[in-house]
Design a binder for this molecule. Structure first.
Ligand code: HEM
Length: 509
């Protein structure tokens, strides 16, 4: 009888390879099964919404409607596990005591979100860990000191006024509907470029920077999509997917933009040195700080480090601010009584707004309460996450093992009905001194807290105050009822269809 092909000599290695692959696959399947069983056991004390065995809660949160999250926050006190596929869990927390326990530790940032950000940002402050993060943070903190921030007030006011001049031209004497998010985005880019990088770009009046802005928008959308699509967690699948390709294109645009900023500054410094005409800037900006650290010791800060930090600050400081100012304006449009009260306060302090100083910003107490209430209702960074490096026990005695990805939902925390009465209502009095003193400080965390808090939070508060003060002096804003604001919860909160407002030019005061 003819021997079967399996008995042929040449078939043997093939056969062995097949058995080896099968065994490997089986081993992997057993590992994944055990992982799932272990997760189910560990998460047993925390009830979860009904889940699909394969997709988990992917559909629930990927579509990104905040109402769904708010429903879950009301239904599951403190926390709930959110399954992303059959083997991965993002453990959502939104209780102040949980947040306090979580932020007082030094767990590394979760490998999912932050690893996905690396192609865009490189390894800068947002994604670095350990001694290198500490070294960068220590080096860059002086860039946000009191004296430097003080000198930014005038620069910010100039950029805001440029935007308002544009609005005046668009509106004329009429009350006109304007999509303000695009304008505000360019204005925040202008401020960031001038304050942090000392670059005069005229990006508000020329359209040469639109490509960069569009690329940040699209990149952030793709990264968020990847986060909640577990098959795309695998680099090999994502890289060859249409979204992976598109992200590479966006990354190229973003990097070319920041690369040019760095090269221009290096050229300028070289020329200044060559011709001995060093032009003293008013303050040491972010690039000066890094370049002088590089000059002292090349090993401390490589060119890659430099580019990563520029990418990081450009993205961390621009999208967040554009959202923060737009949401605030929208909330004041929806609540004309608070808008009027802010305007009165601002007129009392600034008069016609022809100049604005640091000290005057400190006097805007009611406006500051409105800013905080807006940051509560619509936190520009809706969540942050870490991977537990050791087990954690929460104040109610429930615990989680090491290795779990914990997501602090800032949105969930700020809408938690157990802390905030009528959480959807815009009520600035929540932030009166008296009411704030009575609250657990970890109830309100727009800038996070602990060692990894936002390095730009003072900068952000100043920019918010300058922008809102100057806008309200020149314009009355009201909502367009046909186009309500819908949020897209990406890494940074975005408007789904823009922010449309009626703008009415006010007579000069
Ligand atoms: C309203 C505006 C802003 C909000 C709501 C905001 C919020 C946050 C939050 C929640 C974090 C923590 C992120 C995490 O733990 O993963 C953070 C970190 C950070 N923010 Fe902001 N931010 C704002 C503006 C800015 C500005 C204007 C800058 C820079 C000019 C900036 C630069 C950074 C950087 C570099 C980090 C990482 C800090 C570190 O890990 O050491 N942010 N921000």
């Amino acid at each position: 009888m003819e021997p079967s092909w399996l008995e042929m000599r040449w078939a043997r290695p093939l056969y062995l390879a097949f058995v080896f692959c099968l065994a490997l696959g089986l081993l992997q399947a057993i590992k994944l099964y055990l992982r799932r069983q272990r997760l189910l056991r560990d998460l047993c004390p925390f009830p979860a919404p009904p889940t699909h065995w394969f997709y988990g809660h992917q559909k629930l949160l990927q579509d990104g409607e905040m109402e769904k999250l708010e429903e879950l926050v009301g239904k599951y006190p403190c926390a709930f596990p959110c399954w992303v596929g059959p083997f991965q869990v993002f453990f959502y927390i939104y209780d102040p005591d949980y947040a306090k326990a979580f932020l007082s530790r030094t767990d590394p940032k979760s490998k999912y979100l932050y690893k996905f950000l690396i192609p865009c940002l490189g390894k800068g402050l947002v994604s670095l860990e350990g001694p290198k993060w500490f070294q960068h943070r220590h080096l860059l903190t002086p860039g946000f000191n009191f004296n430097i921030l003080k000198s930014y007030v005038e620069v910010m006011a100039h950029s805001v006024n440029t935007m308002l001049d544009k609005w005046e031209k668009i509106c004329g004497p009429q009350d006109t509907i304007v999509e303000v998010f695009e304008h505000i985005t360019l204005m925040t880019l202008d401020i960031l470029m001038k304050c942090v990088l000392s670059q005069e770009t005229n990006c508000q009046t020329s359209s040469t920077h639109d490509l960069y802005v569009k690329a940040t928008f699209e990149a952030s959308k793709i990264i968020f999509h990847r986060l909640y699509n577990f098959l795309h967690h695998l680099d090999i699948i994502f890289k060859f997917s249409p979204q992976g390709h598109r992200l590479q294109e966006m990354v190229k645009i973003l990097h070319q933009y920041t690369e040019k900023i760095i090269q221009d500054r290096k050229k300028l410094l070289k020329n200044e040195k060559k011709y001995g005409n060093t032009q003293k800037r008013k303050y040491q900006d972010f690039l000066d700080i890094i370049l002088s650290a590089q000059a002292e010791n090349d090993n401390n800060f490589s060119d890659t480090d430099l580019q990563s930090e520029v990418n990081t600050f450009m993205l961390a400081g621009q999208d967040t601010m554009a959202g923060g100012i737009s949401w605030l304006l929208y909330h004041l449009a929806l609540n004309p009584e608070h808008q009027e009260r802010c305007r009165e306060e601002i007129r009392g302090i600034l008069g016609d707004g022809s100049s604005i100083t640091w000290d005057q910003l400190g006097e805007m107490s009611y406006t500051t309460m409105c800013i905080k209430e807006s940051l509560r209702l619509a936190p520009p960074v809706p969540s942050i996450s870490r991977e537990l490096s050791k087990p954690i026990t929460f104040p109610d005695g429930r615990s989680l093992p090491a290795g779990i990805t914990v997501v602090l939902s800032i949105w969930g925390l700020h809408h938690n009905p157990a802390i905030w009465e009528n959480p959807k209502v815009f009520d600035p009095s929540r932030f009166s001194q008296e009411n704030s003193d009575q609250r657990q400080p970890h109830s309100f965390l727009p800038f996070s807290a602990g060692p990894r808090n936002c390095i730009g939070q003072q900068f952000a508060m100043i920019e918010l105050k300058v922008a809102i003060a100057l806008i309200l002096l020149r314009f009355k804003v009201s909502p367009d009822p046909t186009r309500p604001l819908v949020f897209l919860p990406q890494i940074v909160l975005k408007p789904k269809n823009g922010v449309y407002l009626h703008l009415k030019k006010l007579p000069c005061y």
